[in-house]
Ligand binder design. Structure first.
Ligand code: MG
Length: 114
C-alpha cells in the first residue's frame, strides 16, 4: 500500500470525507486536537511501560503502540486531505528534509530550518 492509497482509504472513514476544510472549521480543529490527543496516547502508553513494566515492551504492548501510531497516521492523513496535501508528498518532503540535514551533518540540533 502506498501513502496515497492509505490516505484515500483513511478519508472514507472521516465524517467529512476528507474534503477541504477551513482551518477555523470544527472539522479541522477537531482533527488537530485529535492528532495531539493520539500523540499523547502514544506517550502515555510508553510512560506506563517505563513506569509499570520495567521498560519491557511485550508483543501485546507493541501491538497497542502500533494501534496508537496508526491513529496518529490517520489524523495526519485526514488533516493533509483537508489542506489539499497528499500524504505521499508529506512523507517525501519529510524524507527530503531529513536527508538534506544528514548530508549537511545537522541531524542533531534544533531549529525547523537548519
Ligand atoms: Mg488512539
Amino acid at each position: 500500500m502506498t501513502f496515497d492509497e492509505y490516505q484515500k482509504q483513511a478519508i472514507t472513514t472521516d465524517t467529512f470525507g476528507g474534503k477541504p476544510q477551513p482551518i477555523t472549521s470544527m472539522a479541522f480543529i477537531s482533527k488537530l486536537l485529535g492528532l495531539v490527543g493520539e500523540a499523547g496516547e502514544v506517550a502515555d502508553k510508553f510512560k506506563k511501560v517505563y513506569r509499570d513494566d520495567e521498560s519491557e515492551l511485550t508483543p501485546e504492548k507493541l501491538e497497542l503502540m502500533k494501534k496508537e501510531l496508526g491513529d496518529v497516521l490517520w489524523y495526519i492523513s485526514v488533516m493533509g486531505s483537508y489542506l489539499g496535501l497528499s500524504l505521499e508528498d508529506i512523507a517525501q518532503l519529510n524524507l527530503d528534509k531529513l536527508s538534506d540535514r544528514k548530508a549537511r551533518g545537522v541531524l542533531k540540533g534544533s531549529g525547523d530550518n537548519r
